[in-house]
Design a protein around this ligand. Structure first.
Ligand code: HPA
Length: 254
């Protein structure tokens, strides 16, 4: 059974190089996922792929059915989820085009269906531990894969998750910076929390695509920066994933 899934976001709404073997149009207790799940082959290994923003990249971050997405992956037997996230850089070490594997997060999203412990009949009240929001073994596998692929990673980093879809103000970014955030995206939560509730191993490969609001040394527009950097960053992502899948497949067999 294929136990690895990649959730692709902005810049990776499709997975070039994925030879699609199966397309599953699923429904869950929580509704339909963003898109059909694709099972395919890359680098000689099988993996599932889900386009977080839907086919055609139409779903804004707050309208994504995160509960259905994670539940659908669990239902097809996925155990490990690597989330690809295009983010704005807050830390000076995370220039656009660089990739990093965050190890902590700050959730500033709101109003999203963020838990399966929702008090509905059949649900169980569980206070899942979130001291390590990203699964340490999967993070370690990503770091090893990046090294094997010759992709230099930024430091670990703290991911802040904002509501969007608008970008932040400079004052909001300064506040996140004071709170210890190194990068900012819009979809990291409730995705990571729901994965934890379902017992899935979840880690994130973050791609810096712009300096967060007010931080561009060149004073460049955010959309211009995104345009200029996203392909270089996603090329690194694809290389890391191609090195990751055989490693995960081997450790699953061991
Ligand atoms: N802020 C929030 N989310 C983002 C950004 C940003 O600057 N860039 C890409 N996703």
């Amino acid at each position: 059974m294929t136990s690895i899934a990649i959730i692709g976001g902005t810049g990776m709404n499709q997975w070039p190089g994925l030879e699609v073997l199966e397309r599953r149009d699923l429904d869950t207790l929580y509704g339909k996922p963003s898109a059909p799940l694709l099972r395919g082959r890359v680098a000689g290994c099988e993996a599932w792929f889900l386009a977080r923003h839907g086919e055609g990249h139409k779903l804004p971050p707050h309208a994504i059915n995160y509960r259905a997405n994670l539940r659908a992956l669990k239902d097809v037997g996925v155990q490990q989820v690597v989330a690809i996230a295009a983010v704005g850089a807050i830390a000076p070490w995370f220039a656009p085009g660089e990739v990093a594997v965050p190890d902590d997060l700050i959730d500033r999203s709101w109003g999203r269906e963020h838990t399966y412990s929702d008090g509905q009949p059949g649900s169980v009240l569980e206070h899942v531990e979130f001291t390590h929001p990203y699964a340490p073994p999967l993070r370690a596998a990503l770091l090893a894969a990046a090294a094997a692929a010759g992709v230099e990673l930024g430091r670990a980093g703290v991911m802040a998750v904002t509501q969007g879809p608008r970008l932040e103000t400079p004052a909001e970014i300064r506040a996140l910076q004071r709170d210890g955030a190194d990068m900012v995206g819009m979809t990291g939560m409730p995705e990571a929390g729901l994965a934890r509730e379902l017992g899935l191993d979840y880690a994130c490969l973050a791609v810096s695509v712009n300096w967060a609001a007010g931080l561009s040394p060149a004073g460049a527009g955010i959309h211009d920066e995104i345009h200029a950097s996203i392909e270089a960053g996603m090329d690194k992502v694809r290389r890391v994933l191609a090195a990751l899948l055989p490693r995960l497949a081997t450790s699953a067999e061991a």
